[in-house]
Design a binder for this molecule. Sequence first.
Ligand code: PEP
Length: 254
Amino acid sequence: MKQKLIVGNWKMNGSLAAHQALVQGVLAGLQGLHVQAAVCAPAVYLASLQTLLQGQTALMGGAQDVSMHEVGAFTGEISAAMLREFAVRYVIVGHSERRQYHGEQDAQVALKAQRALSAGVTPIVCVGETLAERQAGRTEEVVKRQLAALIHTNGHCISEIVVAYEPVWAIGTGLTATPEEAQQVHHVLRQQLKAATAHADAISILYGGSMNAANALTLLQQADIDGGLIGGASLKVPDFLAIMAAASHCAQAS
Ligand code: PEP
């Protein structure tokens, strides 16, 4: 089995000092684990992150958003090329909080992914249904529409993207999709990717939504769950490391 990818999304939490302590704690505990790992920090902390991660490859740096524009008069925006200057390896795009609070639409998310790819940054593209959509039986329709926009804009480059299935109702709520529910959606996404590229099996599809030390192993053991995008639990070093240990266990058990 390929190594799982575990990504922390630190959102707008903490302080510079807290971030530095988190990075140091994760780096210290990560040694010997069979896992790919990354942390997505607020943009203003990326320079510090770059310094802390220098000279090692166990933990990669990531950002939480990127502009859909390449360059120009877009006050407050940060381009993919700028992220790359700070050795950013991954960038989250289309997180449900961006879709919900900033009105991001599928087409914009797809463009952001394209900008990231062009600059050599791997986009982690989030898809997922709201509670109302799930209750209306529209989960598959929604995630397929979101992924279709991505495939439409990015063509064969889709094989360079990481997808994160994050049911909106599970983010930060303590509610988690059961492993079977998550696997079902991951399978749908994998089939859609297979129709678009011969390399679909190599694409990492992460699960996100209240993943924690207690539920990580059973989620990560599902056939189409290739890792996790972790919010709250990634802010506590022992919890984040426990998730990585579960991911490492899966890689070794295969
Ligand atoms: C997220 O914000 O991507 C996320 C999965 O958050 P949490 O783990 O806190 O639900």
